[in-house]
Write a protein that binds this ligand. Structure first.
Ligand SMILES: *[C@@H]1O[C@H](CO)[C@@H](O)[C@H](O)[C@H]1NC(C)=O
Ligand SMILES: *[C@@H]1O[C@H](CO)[C@@H](O)[C@H](O)[C@H]1NC(C)=O
Ligand SMILES: *[C@@H]1O[C@H](CO)[C@@H](O)[C@H](O)[C@H]1NC(C)=O
Ligand SMILES: *[C@@H]1O[C@H](CO)[C@@H](O)[C@H](O)[C@H]1NC(C)=O
Ligand SMILES: *[C@@H]1O[C@H](CO)[C@@H](O)[C@H](O)[C@H]1NC(C)=O
Ligand SMILES: *[C@@H]1O[C@H](CO)[C@@H](O)[C@H](O)[C@H]1NC(C)=O
Length: 295
């Protein structure tokens, strides 16, 4: 019997749940939407179109202007809202590990005097199909929406910066690797949990050593996955904000996802540290107590 093994077992169970949530956050509509990896705020894309079309009657963009009711033609942001809606472009696209979701900001896109940033919520309209090894491809998503609208507007008309996609594609392999590592980490943490439970009912060095080994592996794998996904969040967010700035494209970094994954990593670290203690210090302590037990 080794009752103290219950603590690392519980820590592993908690880490397992959190690692699962990292993988499945946002896998369907309204399931932990706030735990996105990156959110692309496209709510102001229409404004660039409006700016470009003001006063011009020719070409595709000129005819787009006819879709805007006369009553709001003087209000750029209202007109921009109508145009993005006609083009089929949503307010935001949020990338998760398995899919992306999209929808509208409610009650309004930009904070104003009466509505602060914290009052603005995402109203998710839908999510893409789940795919293993998913990678976020906003170029394709926006182009598909434009094609579907049938208005003949292209990415070039929106002055969509190619560099956004180039920057994101550079992160593709990192993101896919992180996905694979999360899957492996979930397996390892599950094994750690089971072997810690086994260790509660047995004693001896072998089980402590197996637990230590699994603990180290779990910590390393989920730590690496967390580091990679953090790099994707920080680098991807910076690339989008830098390249997309001129057309009003903004990225929100997944700070809550970062917190979730690092808490899971910290839990596996504590579990591992307890097994280090158990194998190194615990054994010596047990030897010291042995005579008392028999006496
Ligand atoms: C559109 O024009 C307005 C006024 O000139 C400007 O403040 C705004 O930044 C422009 N928006 C975009 C997306 O270019
Ligand atoms: C802020 O936006 C909301 C929603 O669009 C609107 O109802 C409200 O009047 C706006 N407030 C100001 C001060 O512009
Ligand atoms: C979210 O959007 C749906 C449909 O677009 C709408 O019916 C619903 O009222 C919206 N919810 C909020 C909270 O705005
Ligand atoms: C998503 O899956 C459904 C059925 O599972 C399929 O009909 C649909 O075409 C898929 N959508 C995409 C974009 O792959
Ligand atoms: C959109 O249409 C263009 C031209 O018809 C085509 O080349 C492109 O592949 C389409 N894009 C998507 C994502 O369907
Ligand atoms: C979306 O981006 C625009 C700037 O492009 C910003 O003014 C607005 O506050 C953002 N909205 C949200 C909900 O982040």
């Amino acid at each position: 019997m080794r009752p103290t093994a219950l603590i690392p077992a519980l820590l592993s169970a908690a880490a397992l749940v959190l690692a699962f949530l990292c993988l499945f956050a946002g896998h369907k509509k309204d399931f932990m939407e706030d735990y996105h990896v990156l959110t692309l705020n496209t709510s102001r894309l229409g404004e660039g179109v409006v700016n470009g079309t003001l006063g011009s009657d020719d070409g595709t963009l000129g005819s787009l202007w006819d879709l805007v009711p006369d009553s709001i033609q003087s209000d750029v942001s209202e007109a921009a809202g109508v145009i993005t809606e006609k083009l089929g472009i949503e307010d935001f696209y949020s990338a998760h590990l398995l899919d992306y979701c999209f929808g509208q900001y409610t009650p309004t896109e930009t904070p104003n005097a009466t509505i602060s940033a914290s009052d603005i919520h995402k109203n998710v309209t839908g999510c893409s199909n789940q795919t293993a090894m998913f990678w976020f491809n906003p170029n394709e998503i926006i182009e598909q929406a434009l094609n579907k609208s049938g208005l003949g507007v292209t990415l070039a008309d929106l002055e969509w910066p190619e560099d956004v996609q180039k920057g994101l594609d550079a992160l593709r392999i990192v993101s896919v690797t992180a996905f694979v590592l999360y899957c492996i980490a979930i397996g390892l943490i599950f094994l750690s949990f089971v072997s810690a439970l086994v260790a509660v009912f047995t004693s001896g060095r072998l089980s402590a050593c197996v637990n230590l080994l699994l603990g180290i592996l779990s910590f390393l794998v989920i730590g690496l996955a967390s580091a990679l996904v953090t790099a994707v969040i920080e680098k991807g967010g910076d690339v989008i904000n830098e390249k997309g700035n001129e057309i009003g494209l903004q990225a929100n970094k997944g700070k809550k996802f970062e917190a979730l994954t690092w808490v899971a990593t910290a839990l596996t670290f504590v579990a591992m540290a307890m097994w280090v203690f158990e194998t190194c210090v615990g054994r010596r302590r047990k030897v010291a107590y042995e005579p008392a037990k028999h006496g």
